[in-house]
Design a protein around this ligand. Structure first.
Ligand SMILES: [Zn+2]
Length: 85
């Protein structure tokens, strides 16, 4: 499999808890399921983070995971990437 290294995803900006935890990384979607909480996207590097509602630290997820967990976000991105239409 090829893709970004999951262990070291993100950039200096979004790896800084002061940015990630205090609203400087925009929230772009919410999940109906409490376990999935919020979807955040770094304004600098575009890394997606899932911010669970259970108090765990946000962690990076892939666009594929985001589209599964956050159907609102998936719909809003169609038209740019989806070839069918
Ligand atoms: Zn970043």
């Amino acid at each position: 499999m090829s893709g970004p290294a999951d262990a070291q995803a993100g950039c200096d900006y979004c790896r800084d808890p002061g940015n990630l935890l205090y609203g400087h990384v925009p929230q772009i979607a919410t999940s109906d399921e409490e376990a999935h909480g919020l979807l955040l996207r770094c304004p600098r590097c575009g890394t997606l983070y899932e911010d669970p509602a259970n108090g765990q630290y946000p962690y990076p997820i892939t666009p594929e995971e985001a589209s599964q967990f956050f159907p609102d976000w998936s719909r809003s991105t169609q038209g740019n990437d989806a070839p069918q239409g």
